[in-house]
Write a protein of this length. Structure first.
Ligand SMILES: [Fe+2]
Ligand SMILES: [Fe+2]
Length: 297
């Protein structure tokens, strides 16, 4: 099976046509058996438009999507209180209409692999330890509000736009439980895991936290806390002998492919208007993946 794997397409109006043009070109070049998108497709209010466009670009095969944090944006304004309510309100009907599998709800089974995944969220487990800004210690309270302890215009935008965003840790925990239950439902086939947020430090694609000066860190160091879900990785390790590979996105920084202890993982590394794509070939390998190759834009 030949997969075209991408992420963080952010198909909002500004970048939609340029990104879809690239995606269509890859589909022509590769003739994939399935299209896999690891989140941040667009925003919730654009769900119908963008799933229709993905189906237009890839008319015949399976389209397998894990949602990203941006894909829940717009839920708050529509009165959705949870991520699940946002999926039901915005994504579920278009997904059925255009025959797109939402991994946040269902696994996708092929002859060789079962695709399991979902959004993922962040559990603050990748936060840089001991940060101080102008002498003020960063505490969990700051992370749970999305703002550093100094006057700064930057805030992690999920806190304004994502339903229930103040419940950082319970969302993260719920995401781990959801993926775990879908792994348990997957039977005995090798699993290809598709998450938006990285579950392993090796997949963040950002410099090691130990390279930061905690007394004088750049402001971006604060936002490291929102890059991935460490507890998700710890859960996945329990099933490592069943995992063929893992793909994620979210940080807009490429990482891997890297051996994560018996299975390969990579972060796609697309950025706004600059998509990246990979061909993942699953033929001729007992563990599920024989090659991972980056596509040229
Ligand atoms: Fe993104
Ligand atoms: Fe994201």
């Amino acid at each position: 099976m030949k997969l075209l794997v991408t992420s963080d397409l952010h198909l909002v109006r500004l970048w939609r046509s340029i990104v879809l043009t690239t995606l269509a070109q890859w589909v022509r070049e590769v003739s994939p058996d399935a299209l896999v998108v690891a989140g941040d497709v667009a925003v919730a209010t654009e769900a119908d438009t963008v799933l229709r466009e993905l189906r237009r670009v890839f008319p015949d095969g399976p389209i397998i999507v894990a949602l990203g944090n941006h894909d829940f944006w717009g839920g708050v304004a529509a009165g959705c209180r949870t991520l699940g309510a946002t999926v039901e309100r915005f994504w579920q009907v278009p997904a059925e209409r255009y025959q797109v599998t939402l991994l946040d709800q269902d696994n996708f089974c092929s002859e060789e692999l079962t695709f399991v995944g979902g959004y993922g969220h962040y559990d603050l487990g990748f936060a840089a330890p001991g940060l101080r800004y102008q002498g003020q210690m960063v505490t969990q309270e700051h992370y749970l509000r999305g703002r550093p302890p100094i006057e700064n215009p930057l805030r992690w935008r999920d806190f304004d736009l994502m339903p229930g965003a103040a419940e950082v840790l319970s969302i993260a925990h719920g995401q781990v439980q959801g993926v775990r239950s879908r792994i348990l439902a997957a039977g005995s086939q090798p699993i290809f895991v598709v998450l938006h947020t990285p579950p392993f430090e090796e997949l963040l694609g950002v410099p090691d936290a130990s390279l930061l000066d905690p007394e004088s860190p750049p402001i971006r160091a604060f936002f490291r806390a929102y890059l991935g879900n460490r507890a998700m990785g710890e859960m996945l390790r329990l099933y490592s002998e069943r995992i063929a590979g893992i793909v994620c996105g979210h940080t807009h920084r490429a990482a891997g492919p890297v051996d994560l202890g018996g299975f390969a993982g990579f972060n796609v590394g697309s950025d706004y208007g600059v998509p990246r794509g990979f061909v993942v070939d699953t033929k001729g390998s007992s563990m599920g993946i024989s090659s991972i190759t980056e596509l040229m834009v």
